[in-house]
Ligand binder design. Sequence first.
Ligand SMILES: Nc1ncnc2c1ncn2[C@@H]1O[C@H](COP(=O)(O)OP(=O)(O)OP(=O)(O)O)[C@@H](O)[C@H]1O
Ligand SMILES: [Mg+2]
Length: 254
Amino acid sequence: MLLELTNVETWYGPIPALRGVSLSVSAGEIVTVLGANGAGKSTLLRTIAGLVDPRVGEIRFEGRAIHGLEPDAVVRAGISLVPEGRQVFPLLSVAQNLEMGAFSRRDKDGIAEDRARVFAMFPRLEERQRQASGLLSGGEQQMLALGRALMTRPKLLMLDEPSLGLSPRLVAEIFAAIRQINETIGMTILVVEQNARVALANAHHGHILELGRVVLSGSTAALSDNPDVREAYLGIREGGIRGQRRWRRRKTWR
Ligand SMILES: Nc1ncnc2c1ncn2[C@@H]1O[C@H](COP(=O)(O)OP(=O)(O)OP(=O)(O)O)[C@@H](O)[C@H]1O
Ligand SMILES: [Mg+2]
């Protein structure tokens, strides 16, 4: 396992946001975590990234305990987070934002190769290289945030709701890029999403988070076939008595 969480609890003061989360991510996979607003998706990524400390539990990366490390030490270990809401440096140009991603690297050829890869994936960024990033559209800023994270060449790339606020066409473009990165250079990707349809279509494995707990895990094929997932996350209702199905879901998922 590249990443392994065991019984992780994260609290904000008296409020539990993660209540004993155990999950793992294999090297080379795209893994998605699905959940509604407030389920704890961002907290999960922020806990892995060292931005908040878990109160209980273990986080191991390549076998090494990383819980309690400072965020910069987690980055050096090979984990990169694209937070919710993009967060590019608005006054810096597109090219400068990409350089920021590579600032700790010394391998010039590798950096040039990665920059070329980002521009091949997102030609619009290449066209706007000298433009201040704050002037990019929301979708372009999401591409840039993803590109900047790629420039750090992480072993694990974590994305917090990359589809948020984007048109269906841009969502498809972003997820095509995510797959391409995974397939061409084998980068492991952990992506949290509310958009279950697109996440299940593109990831290998998934975990469903409800109120800080993982209530269901499996291959995305199995999750997509699960009647509870279909009803609650994909909005597909088939057969049975509706009320009964909803009631059964509550009984089995807690
Ligand atoms: N800094 C904070 N202080 C106190 N409570 C917080 C803080 N951040 C998040 N929470 C709470 O923790 C819970 C999980 O929040 P989190 O942001 O992880 O959810 P999420 O699944 O990312 O939701 P969304 O889909 O809306 O982004 C929520 O109940 C939220 O109100
Ligand atoms: Mg969130």
